[in-house]
Structure formats: C-alpha cells, structure tokens
Design a protein around this ligand. Structure first.
Ligand SMILES: C[S@@+](CC[C@H](N)C(=O)[O-])C[C@H]1O[C@@H](n2cnc3c(N)ncnc32)[C@H](O)[C@@H]1O
Length: 218
C-alpha cells in the first residue's frame, strides 16, 4: 500500500527516482501558453523538491506547494541556495522564501483559503502518485479547494497496470476526462510513448508508457 509512510520512507532512504535534475520539459514547452498573468499564484500539489518550483518562481510568479516530507522541502531550499523562514500552523510547517511558500503536510488538509488567488495548478507526478482507489478522493479534494478561476497543466502516465505495480500509477485519459470535465474544458496538448526513455521499466516488463500533457481551463 502506498500511504504517507511509504513516501516519508522513500525520502528518508533517498529512493527518489521520480525527481528530475532539470526543469520538466513539458513545463518548459507549455508553461508560456498556459501561464496566468505575471505575479499570479501557481500551485504545485505533492511538489517534492522539484526544480520546477524554482523555475516557475524565477518567471515572476508566486509559488505555493504542498509536500509531506520535511526532508524534501529542506533539500529544495538548500539545493537552490535559497534562505527560508519556517513557521508552524495547526496543519502545516510553513516554509517561506521570497515568492515561494512550501507547506509541509498533507494535501488533504489544504482548504480553499490556502489556495486563495491561485490561477494555475501544475500537476506533475502528483495525480499519478495516487493509487486508483485513492484518486477519487484526490480529484474531489482538488476540485473542492481550487478557486473557480484556476486552470491546470497536468502531466499523466498511462500503461498496462498489470505489467507494473507503481508508483507511478497508470491514469487513463478517460478517467481524467470523466473526473475533470464538469469543472474544466480539457485539451490534450501532446501524448507520446516514452518507454524507450525508461529502460529500467521496460526491464520490469512494461511494453508501452504513454505520457500525456493536458491543459485544463475554466
Ligand atoms: C512522485 S513524487 C513527485 C514529486 C514532484 N511533483 C516532482 O515532480 O518531483 C510524489 C510526492 O508527493 C508527496 N506526497 C505523497 N502524498 C502526499 C500527500 N498526501 N500530501 C502531500 N504530499 C504528498 C511525496 O512525499 C512525494 O514527494
């Protein structure tokens, strides 16, 4: 079972194969198209220590992220040479550095007020970190906390779940459409079979790995 402890253990043991050393290529190609007005707030759920956080902040946006692991958050600030202040609320450890706020705690403890003024969600390796049975709760919670004017840039992976256990988990495009279509108009920006870029996963038996990028707008 992939529960909170699973993720905390992975950070503790440095088993973080999901972390990308450079800015996500889809973020770089599509952000200019989906970006909100300069200075707006961008939300990164389950943000890890993604270098994407810093990149978005450097484009002149406010960034708010939520992440369970204190190790991840402190590594983010250290690896990007950013000073931070840490405060505590009842629900979160609050790390702040100029235009970056990272909340250490559980995504499911966020409320609407926490995401006030957010105009874009960037979901990379967040939805796909959730097991199938946990995803309905994820979609519902996401929709319940997002401001009505908030768009989303979403990256998913889809594969035959019988060939690999995950995480990352396979998230079928039909599921994304079904769960989000009442709230957004959804456009698939690109979709590619990237199995050749993941030899380790081919070795464990994966035959195809479809990565898709969606723009969800209000
Ligand atoms: C697959 S990683 C992706 C991290 C980041 N999005 C990236 O692109 O590198 C998923 C992250 O979500 C965090 N996480 C898992 N469940 C969470 C939850 N309920 N609330 C906050 N963070 C969570 C994990 O600690 C892990 O860092």
């Amino acid at each position: 079972m992939v529960d909170n402890q699973h993720w905390l253990d992975r950070w503790q043991d440095d088993r973080i194969g999901f972390h990308e050393a450079s800015v996500n290529r889809h973020l770089q190609s599509w952000f200019p198209r989906v970006a909100p007005a300069p200075g707006s707030r961008v939300f990164l759920p389950l943000c890890g220590k993604a270098v994407d956080i810093h990149w978005i902040a450097q484009q002149g946006f406010e960034v708010i992220g939520v992440e369970l692991s204190q190790i991840a958050i402190e590594a983010f600030f250290e690896e990007n040479s950013l000073d931070f202040e840490r405060n505590e609320s009842a629900r979160f450890g609050i790390y702040q550095s100029a235009n970056i706020t990272l909340l250490q705690g559980n995504f499911f403890d966020l409320n609407k007020a926490d995401l006030d003024n957010c105009h874009l969600v960037y979901d990379r390796a967040a939805l796909i970190a959730m097991e199938r049975e946990d995803r309905p709760r994820y979609y519902d919670h996401m929709l319940s906390i997002l401001p009505l004017s908030c768009d989303m840039l979403l990256v998913t992976l889809e594969y035959n779940q019988a060939e690999m256990l995950g995480p990352p988990f396979s998230v079928p495009t039909d599921e994304v459409l079904h769960r989000y279509r009442d709230a957004f108009s959804i456009q698939m920006l690109e979709t590619n079979n990237i199995i050749d870029e993941r030899p380790r996963w081919r070795k464990v038996g994966l035959s195809k790995l479809q990565e898709s990028v969606f723009s969800l707008t209000r």
